[in-house]
Design a protein around this ligand. Structure first.
Ligand SMILES: Nc1ncnc2c1ncn2[C@@H]1O[C@H](COP(=O)(O)OP(=O)(O)OP(=O)(O)O)[C@@H](O)[C@H]1O
Length: 226
């Protein structure tokens, strides 16, 4: 289980996360929703140990950084590293031996090409494959479905179901409500850095309604489109 207690994060004087209290248990898929700039990525970076913060993040199975696979929105790769070398590098970091990367290449990526030359969706699929091969216990996926083709979206959904079955902890973000509906067990609505509401699957519709109606019509009226 991951427990977040009174988490605060600020960049200089800009308060991005305020008093976040959340817990994530094994075998659960949690979705974090919120407008652009609400603080989702910052929260993910704090959980993954990539940012300093005020408050507590505890993981009951030891050091979280040894068990976590973080998929960033736009994965970055060193230049002149092939897809296969990247997978090898991440497996080495966890002392995992893979005999044949071709067999593990579930997204049919051109593993002999430089990763920096991959398309946006291919980069995401390479980064995801790597953290899956690492056999992590915790997965933080920042917009895993965004920029990825429909076929791969189906595969990712199936992978998530499998990870859930295997009792992994999965925390993801998405701006596509139908995807969240289909994938998640719980949703947390992050609004301007605070958790406005957390709901289980039976109440997803209420969060969707709340997000959809919050002043959208008034904004469109301001354009005077006629
Ligand atoms: N390194 C940084 N330095 C200063 N401000 C930052 C930094 N990273 C993020 N921020 C600010 O923190 C706020 C939250 O950003 P964050 O990327 O966490 O939002 P988000 O909810 O993930 O947005 P999106 O849906 O667009 O991905 C924004 O106002 C952003 O400008």
């Amino acid at each position: 289980m991951i427990s977040i207690d009174s988490l605060y994060k600020a960049y200089n004087n800009h308060h991005v996360l305020n008093d976040i209290c959340l817990s994530f248990k094994k075998g659960e898929i949690h979705g974090i929703v919120g407008e652009n700039g609400a603080g989702k990525t910052t929260l993910f970076r704090c959980i993954s140990g990539m940012e300093s913060f005020k408050g507590k993040i505890e993981y009951d199975k030891g050091e979280i950084k040894n068990s976590i696979g973080f998929l960033p929105t736009n994965p970055y790769f060193f230049s002149k590293i092939t897809g296969k070398e990247y997978l090898q590098l991440l497996c080495n970091a966890r002392k995992i031996k893979i005999g044949d990367f071709k067999e593990k290449n579930i997204f049919d990526l051109p593993l002999d090409k430089y990763a920096e030359t991959y398309s946006t969706g291919m980069k995401k699929k390479l980064a995801l494959t790597a953290i899956l091969l690492q056999n992590n216990d915790v997965f933080i996926l920042d917009e895993p479905f965004n920029g990825v083709d429909i076929h791969s979206n189906i595969i990712i959904n199936q992978v998530l179901s499998k990870l859930k079955e295997l009792d992994k902890i999965i925390i993801l973000s998405s701006h596509i409500f139908s995807t969240l509906h289909q994938t998640c067990d719980y949703l947390h609505y992050l609004k301007k850095g605070s958790i406005e509401r957390s709901v289980d699957k039976t109440n997803f519709d209420s969060i969707e309604k709340e997000m959809q109606t919050s002043g959208i019509e008034a904004r469109i009226d301001r354009l005077n489109l006629g």
